[in-house]
Unconditional design. Structure first.
Length: 203
């Protein structure tokens, strides 16, 4: 029985990563109307930027690179990696997703799959095909619960994912309630305002 519980706890790592990618996918779709299959590649770009900064102190750009001294600590490197992924997503939104707003769904899918392949090739070209090992970002000490030992990073990753999920859920619920109230408010205002009533010119 303990083995099943242990495997369930260890599965939280992969589950949290998949949940985070799914939240990004849904948020992008709600904002742009595009199912972005290149979401994982954009996240991978940020992860590689973080790994390169934390190991060599080099900021790798799609074209060229900038040497910023020695290896960075985990915090600033993580912020730079997230910022680079966000900037890449903004650029792709302006040059790809925004023009596709009124395109057929199949065209949007083909475009995002093409972006996925292009970004994957770009990552291989700029960072190489070999895996990059870096120090863990989250605390990685051992935790023992009911005789089961597992990494502390599992708990941190699951906790951060749940917090982000709760924030998105709360924000989405607030936006949904506002959108439901807005038509009723406008309708009641139109009833109260004589200026907005249709005029019968036959009188």
């Amino acid at each position: 029985m303990h083995e099943y519980i242990l495997f369930a706890i260890l599965g939280l790592t992969a589950g949290s990563i998949f949940a985070a990618l799914a939240m990004g996918l849904v948020t992008t779709y709600r904002g742009t109307g595009v199912i972005n299959f290149a979401q994982a590649a954009i996240a991978a770009w940020g992860a590689y930027v973080y790994a390169e900064l934390s190991s060599t102190g080099v900021l790798v750009l799609p074209i060229g690179q900038i040497r910023l001294g020695g290896p960075w600590s985990a915090g600033p490197a993580f912020i730079a990696g997230v910022a680079s992924a966000a900037l890449l997503g903004l650029i792709l939104h302006l040059i790809v997703f925004r023009p596709l707003h009124g395109a057929p769904p199949l065209a949007k899918v083909v475009a995002t799959v093409g972006l996925l392949l292009a970004l994957d090739a770009l990552i291989t070209l700029r960072f190489g095909a070999e895996p990059i090992a870096v120090a863990p970002l989250l605390p990685s000490g051992d935790v023992t619960v009911a005789g089961l030992s597992f990494s502390e990073s599992v708990v941190w990753l699951a906790g951060v994912t749940v917090l982000v999920m709760g924030g998105l859920w709360s924000w989405g619920g607030t936006r949904a309630r506002e959108s439901r109230r807005e038509p009723r408010w406008r309708t009641s205002a139109q009833r109260r305002s004589p200026a907005t009533r249709p005029t019968d010119w036959r009188r």
